[in-house]
Design a protein around this ligand. Structure first.
Ligand SMILES: N[C@@H](CCC(=O)N[C@@H](CS)C(=O)NCC(=O)O)C(=O)O
Length: 211
């Protein structure tokens, strides 16, 4: 398998954690999101992912999967241990809900192309963009604080897809110095993830393309 990756991508970080937890090794091709206007926008990559977003996972049979949550679900089916979507239907739904709260409702609003649109096409200032970024991360995490039940991961002793999505969002919050003081449960899960070997191996700072 071949992962189209970028060290700082939160969505790729989610998939890297899944791969590390399951001990699946993949080849990697790095897609620099900024250099030359963004390699993700070039025709060669769009042929892999028409959304022009990382990650994408190319399988050995030539099929390319997109969307980090779908890729994680695929990996969980391919190799069910350790389970990332719990067998218990209620825990499965709760884990997916937190994962999707991040992946659908927080992360897209702080994505590169959205911020570029605010800056370049709507003429917003750096301060306005920072406020925008902080607003959606803060509101999203405030809700997640109510949804999780750390023990010590979001929903128990083992990481689920919820933790795989939350930890990269916390990396993003730290990168842009968005305060997490109001979210003790979220911070506790973040500390648990930071100490876990698979999360460390997948961390942006540990990637070969890190800058
Ligand atoms: N929902 C997608 C989001 C993917 C995504 O937004 N990737 C970002 C990096 S985290 C990206 O490629 N951004 C490029 C851009 O905005 O031009 C997923 O989960 O895979």
């Amino acid at each position: 398998m071949l992962l189209y990756d970028y060290f700082r991508s939160s969505a790729a970080f989610r998939v890297r954690i899944a791969l590390a937890l399951k001990g699946i090794s993949v080849e990697r091709r790095f897609v620099h999101l900024v250099r030359d206007g963004g390699m993700q926008k070039k025709k060669a990559y769009r042929e892999k992912n028409p959304q022009a977003l990382v990650p994408a996972l190319e399988l050995d049979n030539g099929v390319t999967l997109t969307q980090s949550v779908a890729i994680i679900e695929y990996l969980d089916t391919l190799q069910p241990t350790p389970r990332l979507i719990p067998d218990d239907p209620i825990l499965a739904a709760k884990s997916r809900a937190v994962a999707l709260a991040v992946a659908c409702d927080i992360h897209p609003l702080g994505n590169l192309r959205v911020l570029a649109y605010l800056r370049d096409e709507l003429g917003q200032s750096e301060q306005a963009i920072a406020d925008w970024r902080k607003r959606w991360v803060h509101d999203g995490l405030a809700a997640i604080e109510q949804l999780i039940d750390p023990a010590p991961f979001c929903f128990g002793a083992q990481p689920t897809i919820a933790d795989l999505c939350l930890a990269p969002q916390l990396f993003y919050a730290a990168r842009f110095t968005i305060p997490l003081d109001a979210f003790p449960k979220v911070r506790a899960v973040g500390a648990t993830c930071d100490a876990h070997p698979a999360f460390r191996a997948a961390h942006p700072s540990a990637q070969p393309d890190a800058e």
